[in-house]
Design a protein around this ligand. Structure first.
Ligand code: 4NP
Length: 156
């Protein structure tokens, strides 16, 4: 990444639930620690199902409840992401498989499972999309918060 910034891209299937939440949580922590000029942060999808859409209303409501801003429109993962980002995080094993399948030969990014930073486990951040209500989204928020804190502690 230019300007000596570190960079992290959060990826899930649709880019309307887990990855924009992870992006928003990480951005919030980076701001809180006055590290905004040190990080470039984004999120993307392994599919094009929801390209251009805002995050799911349940994701927005959970993030609002925690006073964390989320400004994102879904976009697909592209080849340049693998050269541009230092870290690409998947939320579950199927994301990791899909991300690795799309990776070009000159991939710079480390492709990692975000949940591997969770000292409380489980290491999988499950898709909350087909669940009823906000409960699954609240769990995603808590997992993202623990993981992003641990990742930022390690990388800063
Ligand atoms: P996400 O959740 O991968 O966390 O954004 C999903 C959103 C939409 C779909 C699947 C998962 N979908 O099949 O439309």
């Amino acid at each position: 990444m230019a300007e000596n910034k570190k960079s992290a891209l959060f990826v899930c299937l649709g880019n309307i639930c887990r990855s924009p939440m992870a992006e928003a949580v990480f951005t919030h922590l980076v701001k809180e620690r006055n590290l905004t000029d040190k990080w470039f942060i984004d999120s993307a999808a392994t599919s094009d199902y929801h390209t251009g859409e805002s995050p799911d209303s349940r994701a927005r409501s959970v993030m609002e409840g925690h006073a964390i801003q989320m400004n994102h429109r879904a976009r697909p993962l592209v080849a340049n992401d693998f050269r541009k980002f230092d870290f690409i995080f998947g939320m579950d094993k199927s994301n990791i498989r899909d991300i690795k399948c799309q990776a070009p030969k000159n991939c710079k990014a480390k492709i990692l499972l975000l949940g591997d930073y969770d000292s409380e486990g489980p290491c999988i951040i499950q898709d909350p999309y087909y669940g009823v209500g906000d409960e699954g989204f609240e769990k995603v928020y808590e997992q993202c918060m623990r993981c992003c804190k641990a990742f930022l502690d390690k990388e800063s």
